[in-house]
Structures are given as C-alpha cells and as structure tokens.
Design a protein around this ligand. Sequence first.
Ligand code: G3I
Length: 315
Amino acid sequence: DPPLRDLATAKGKVIGTAVTGSKLTGTYGDLAGAQFNALTPGNAMKWESVEPSRGTYNWAEADQIVAFAQAHNQQVRGHTLVWHSQNPGWLANGTWTPAQLSTLLQDHITTEVTRYKGKLATWDVVNEPFNEDGTYRSTLWSDNLGTDYIAQALTWARAADPTAKLYINDYNVEGVNAKSTALYNLVKSLKERGIPIDGVGLQAHLILGQYPSTLRQNIQRFADLGVDVAITELDIRMQLPATEAKSTQQAADYKAVVDACVAVTRCVGVTVWGFTDSDSWIPDVFEGYGAATPYTENFTPKPAYHAIAQSLGGT
Ligand code: G3I
C-alpha cells in the first residue's frame, strides 16, 4: 500500500496522529512524517506545558512539532486551549475572582493562538465541557465564568487567528446519546448566536468490540447543522495480551470508524491518539489494557493499520 497520507489526501481527508516532540527522530519520526498528513501535539500545547510558571512560557516542544509538520507538509491541530485538566499548578491552585479568571483565559488564548497564527489548520478550543448525562461539567471555568466561557473562548480564538478552524472536542460523543445531543444543542445555539464554531471533534477513545453503531448518523447530524466533524483521538484498547482474534476485531473496529468518516463529506478526517503502542496513554491509565494503536511498540503495522489503509481506498 502507499502511505496512509497519500491515500487520505487522494480522498480529501486528513489522517493524523498525536505526537510527542522528543520522539520525532529515528523510526518514530520517519513514520510520523511519511504516513500522516496532520499532527496533533499530544501534550505540548496544553496550558501546563506552555506556561508552567505564571508569565514564563515554554514553547520549545510545540514549536518543534510545528516546524516538523511544516517540513513534512502536514497540517497541525492545536490541542487544547481551555480544559479542566493539565492546567498549570499556579492556575489550578490559585484563588481568583471571576474577572481575574476571565482575563487570564483571554490572555492565554490570545497569546497562544497569536503565536501560531496562520500556522495551524485547526484549534481544539474547548476540550471536554460535558458530563456523560449532557450537563455541563463543573470546572474552574464553568464554576466561575458560567457556561458562556465557551462562547467567549471561541470568540477570542477567532480574533487571534481568523483562519484557523475552531472546534469543541469531547469523548463519548461518537454515538447518538445524551452527551452528544448536549454538544449538538450547544453547537446549534452557538451558530444561532453568531459565535464562531467550525467543527466538533469526536475523540473516539474506544474499547475493542464496542464500535458505536450510530457513529455515521451522529457525524451526519452535525454536518447537517453546518459544522465540520473530525475524529480527533482515535484509539481502540483491548485487554492484554493481544491475540490474533483481538487484532482482527480491532482492525474491523478501526475500519468501521474510518468508513463512517469517509462516508460523510463534512467529516474532515481521522487522527489517531498515538500511532504506536510505544506512545499511547492507555497502559498508564487503564491497568491491563493496551495495544490500542495501529503499530506495535516496535513499529510493525498491525491489521488495524491495513484496515485504515483499506478504508482510505487502499487494497
Ligand atoms: O512530563 C511528565 C514527566 O516529566 C514525568 O516524569 C512523568 C511521570 O509520570 O509524567 C509526565 O507527564 C505526563 C504527561 O502525560 C506527558 O507524558 C503526565 O503524568 C500524564 O498524566 C500525561 O498524560 C496525558 C493525558 O492527556 C493527561 O490527561 C497523555 O499523555 C495524553 O495523551 C492525554 O491526552 C488526552 C487528551 O489531551 C484529551 N482527551 C483525552 C486524552 C487521553 O487522556
């Protein structure tokens, strides 16, 4: 098969991967550059990474990933500006008035988006705003600023880079359910108010054999609302050890996800959350689980890799 990126580009789709800047050498760097037409920094653009102490910025890893992407003719998906997690300690543990928090958030968004103005295709502006039942998650932001922090964040991001596509990104919103319906209603209301919102990111941290059968229908309803859709963090975890049967099932699940995106014009593409098991968050967080990505730890492509290729028009 040709590289995934050639297949995807021929279909007008994005095939991306999350990456860790320090690993972009050797085989990891070769594959990241050769196989994907888009990169998402896995951690490097999060607030705790870029402003570890108040007013002291560290852009090294984020800049490195953007430079790598430019050298390899890849898009970059910025991730993420407003989240309840991975905020710097000085912010999370500080005591702030709502007015101070609002200013801090505006400055953060303006500083980071301006730095990469014109260089990023997309920003995950707001990450994971909802609970499973579709209510708003209680966070530093919603608790202090109300849920309109979302509209404000989008507005500030647009002002700083008018060309980047602005997304809201969440997990467990792949199928039609209470959470994805809450996201749908939010996007609808933002559009009615004229707030800049270009797309929704469906993270797709899936479990083997649990492909959400309403994925395509869900993508289509967002498309019908007038926004783009991206699968932003795809991985499919299994209980270890991996077996041939599990790898076969995983390939079918990967194919179903990519097929659903390919089937809907406004689904811009699929990003995997790490392309190799040596760069996956799963074993750190789900004990006994892993093997969630398309390549083994030793960079051997799995059936899942070939399934993605097939879905993108390969053989
Ligand atoms: O950088 C430190 C390192 O200095 C230290 O030695 C090491 C020891 O644990 O930790 C390192 O930080 C880790 C960081 O990843 C970088 O590797 C953190 O502990 C770890 O918690 C952090 O995990 C990240 C996670 O977000 C945090 O929530 C994962 O790499 C990252 O893949 C994951 O990504 C999120 C998306 O942003 C949003 N959607 C869910 C997804 C999975 O959780």
